[in-house]
Design a protein around this ligand. Structure first.
Ligand SMILES: Cc1cc2nc3c(=O)[nH]c(=O)nc-3n(C[C@H](O)[C@H](O)[C@H](O)COP(=O)(O)O)c2cc1C
Length: 223
């Protein structure tokens, strides 16, 4: 039988009181949560913008609703706010370079140069070759500190190819391996056989600490 919650029990869930949680610690713990990777796009008055986003989730099936959390300072954010719509592209493992491109600080106008895309019914750029894409109209916006949370009702979507997804874990890119583990990009493999300990056929050492991750730049990565 579960024992009733006690003060001691609840305080043992965190290593320090809320006021003592540093951004680095928060980021490090959040980094243990593996996510997919998307590119959120927006278009307004002839201007296109897009940014890499892993703060994306499904909220409800009826009506189909998703949520994205965008830094208010990102170039894409004001376009979503002004147009009240956005596109979401689910990246495959083959699209790692697109993730890097849309996470870069280059001007929005340059991000789409040489990238193959088409437009959804609402006009959002949808990247060719994605696993799937959504076009959404914004139904609610919440501001929390540095970020805007956009709840979007899905008005159109496309199902792309059946391919392995791009994964982001501990501030590094990865993709699922056929054997059930994670292949870390670009060279390390973290593979766990069903009954054995984690093994690393290539490369050395464990996962890089989140603070040393390749994409742990302040401007390019959220918690
Ligand atoms: C894997 C990955 C995930 C990211 N997820 C987010 C996110 O969820 N929200 C966010 O605001 N920025 C996120 N970023 C950072 C933005 O992509 C980055 O700040 C980008 O330069 C913003 O582009 P823009 O200013 O042209 O709109 C992420 C970056 C990477 C590499």
């Amino acid at each position: 039988m579960a024992s009733p919650p006690s003060k001691a029990r609840s305080s043992s869930r965190t290593s320090s009181p809320p006021s003592g949680i540093s951004p680095e610690t928060f980021r490090s713990v959040m980094g243990r949560f593996a996510t997919g990777v998307t590119v959120v796009t927006a278009s307004h008055r002839g201007r296109d913008a897009g940014m890499t986003v892993n703060a994306f989730l499904s909220v409800s099936l009826e009506p189909p609703t998703v949520l994205v959390a965008l830094n208010a300072k990102a170039d894409t954010t004001p376009l979503v706010e002004a147009s009240h719509r956005f596109g979401v592209n689910l990246l495959s493992a083959r699209q790692l370079s697109l993730s890097e491109r849309f996470a870069s600080r280059r001007p929005s106008s340059e991000k789409f140069e040489g990238v193959r895309f088409h437009r959804g019914p609402l006009g959002s750029p949808l990247l060719d070759g994605s696993l799937g894409s959504f076009e959404c109209k914004v139904v609610q916006t919440v501001t929390r500190s540095t970020h805007r949370l956009f709840l979007g009702q899905v008005v159109a979507m496309e199902e792309g190819k059946e391919e392995l997804p791009l994964v982001f874990w501990r501030s590094e890119y990865a993709r699922p391996s056929q054997g059930g583990g994670l292949v870390m990009s670009p060279s390390r493999v973290l593979d766990r056989p069903s009954n054995g300990p984690a093994r690393r056929p290539r490369g050395v050492g464990g996962p890089r600490p989140a603070s040393k991750g390749r994409h742990d730049r302040k401007e390019a990565r959220d918690p």
